[in-house]
Unconditional design. Structure first.
Length: 140
């Protein structure tokens, strides 16, 4: 039972940007440690249903993101976590506001800024677009 509590705590911690979790003494140091991209990728795993449009869902398995609309596969892309939002595609995203992941399509790369990630909630916005915040709830 305590193992589940520790794992749940770790998953919630992993969703937060490492910069936000550092204490004041560590923030005064010249070097900052990067968030562990593997841990952040792990927090994205699963199937997520859009809260505004229940017919739209995402499924993230390993480094693949599948988009479903009405239960039918609408597309599949590769994803890569960028914990400090340092990729050129993430220009304009502030890592202090969360962390980023890149969605790599056949012809383009879209950077997503993750504002909230808990075991049952995922909220992110598309960097460089006016699409606004997308909210999802975990369905498995």
């Amino acid at each position: 039972m305590w193992v589940l509590a520790v794992l749940a705590t770790f998953q919630i911690w992993a969703c937060k940007n490492q910069n936000q979790a550092q204490n004041t003494a560590q923030q005064t140091e010249q070097t900052k440690s990067e968030p562990d991209n593997n841990d952040l990728l792990e927090t994205l795993q699963g199937k997520w249903q859009n809260t505004a449009d229940p017919a739209y869902s995402l499924e993230i398995v390993d480094t693949k993101m599948r988009h479903f609309n009405g239960g039918k596969l609408a597309g599949e892309t590769d994803i890569e976590v960028d914990g400090f939002c340092s990729n050129v595609s993430c220009q304009g995203a502030a890592a202090e506001d969360g962390w980023c992941f890149l969605e790599k399509g056949q012809f383009d790369i879209q950077c997503h800024l993750v504002a909230k990630c808990t075991p049952d909630t995922l909220r992110f916005s598309d960097v460089g677009t006016e699409s606004g915040m997308q909210s999802f709830k975990k369905i498995r």
